[in-house]
Design a protein around this ligand. Structure first.
Ligand SMILES: [Zn+2]
Length: 64
């Protein structure tokens, strides 16, 4: 389930939106209702991969 983070350029409110379709491009600010929102990079995927990746790379010969 891809969740994208948006930030409203009108009131500055950040919010997340679950995207069910690639063409569901109409994100609306839940606070002021503005459609002028900017899509942010998802923090969820980048944080998860970097944590598990660094721990695995830290102990290459632990299983032996
Ligand atoms: Zn807003």
């Amino acid at each position: 389930m891809p969740i994208y983070e948006y930030r409203c350029s009108k009131c500055g409110k950040s919010f997340e939106k679950l995207i069910l379709s690639r063409h569901a491009g109409a994100a609306i600010c839940p606070v002021c209702g503005s459609k002028k929102v900017a899509q942010q990079l998802s923090r969820f995927s980048s944080t998860g991969s970097s944590v598990s990746g660094s721990r695995r790379g830290c102990a290459p010969g632990a299983s032996t």
